[in-house]
Design a protein around this ligand. Structure first.
Ligand SMILES: N[C@@H](CCC(=O)N[C@@H](CS)C(=O)NCC(=O)O)C(=O)O
Length: 214
């Protein structure tokens, strides 16, 4: 989704090829032999991997509608918070959904809420509609999952992270992201997502518990 959002923001034409991640095509395994994951951007002979790296490549290749900030310090900060979102906040959130142990879940939720408080502060300091200012930028794309995927995970995990009273700025931002013309009609159907993640929770939760028993 990140890659599609960026290409659409820049008005770059592309072809989308759906990949079944439970039955990967030989093409995916050939193009991304290291991680065997989507997204993969193919431009002529070039193959670009990893969503954040693809976003940077897109921004440097198609100059219209820049998504990374122009100022070097602002760029560094956007990359820093994207990494926090991915490596800390996303991780804690997923673990809270998956774990079958209530005490562990509480620990992950506490950490997730602490990270989100920091992310909320960034938004408050910026005093604008998006992390990227009045327009969607790199950090909005990187954290975009919070606007639509996270509420699904909250439902599947019977938990609440984005309390609108605690996180008024993030709550407003989520609405802005979901209603953005480039994003609005590129969101997967919610009911299918709930069913999919309920299945994943069962599988992953059980294998995590089994690994613990070892
Ligand atoms: N760090 C990678 C993560 C990509 C990723 O996890 N992709 C998932 C789908 S959203 C995938 O291909 N999963 C297949 C698998 O885990 O085998 C990125 O940002 O591009």
């Amino acid at each position: 989704m990140r890659v599609e959002w960026a290409l659409r923001l820049k008005g770059v034409e592309y072809e989308y090829i759906e990949e079944d991640i439970f039955n990967k095509t030989p093409l995916l395994l050939e193009l991304n032999p290291v991680h065997k994951k989507v997204p993969v951007l193919i431009q002529g002979e070039k193959v670009i991997l990893e969503s954040f790296i693809i976003l940077e490549y897109i921004d440097e290749t198609w100059k219209q509608y820049p998504i990374l900030p122009q100022d070097p310090y602002d760029r560094a900060m956007a990359r820093f918070w994207a990494k926090v979102g991915e490596e800390k906040f996303l991780w804690d959130t997923c673990m809270a959904v998956w774990t079958q142990f209530e005490e562990e879940k509480e620990g992950y939720l506490k950490q997730a809420i602490e990270s989100l408080q920091k992310i909320e502060e960034v938004l408050i300091k910026g005093k604008s509609k998006f992390f990227g200012g009045e327009k969607i930028g790199y950090l909005d794309i990187a954290l975009g999952w919070i606007s639509y995927w996270l509420p699904v995970w909250e439902e599947v995990g019977s938990m609440k992270i984005v309390d609108p009273i605690l996180f008024p700025s993030i709550t407003a931002w989520m609405e802005n992201i979901r209603n953005h013309p480039v994003i609005k009609d590129k969101l997967p159907p919610r009911d299918k997502m709930v069913a999919y993640f309920q299945g994943r929770k069962k599988e992953i939760g059980a294998s995590m518990a089994a690994a613990r028993k070892g």
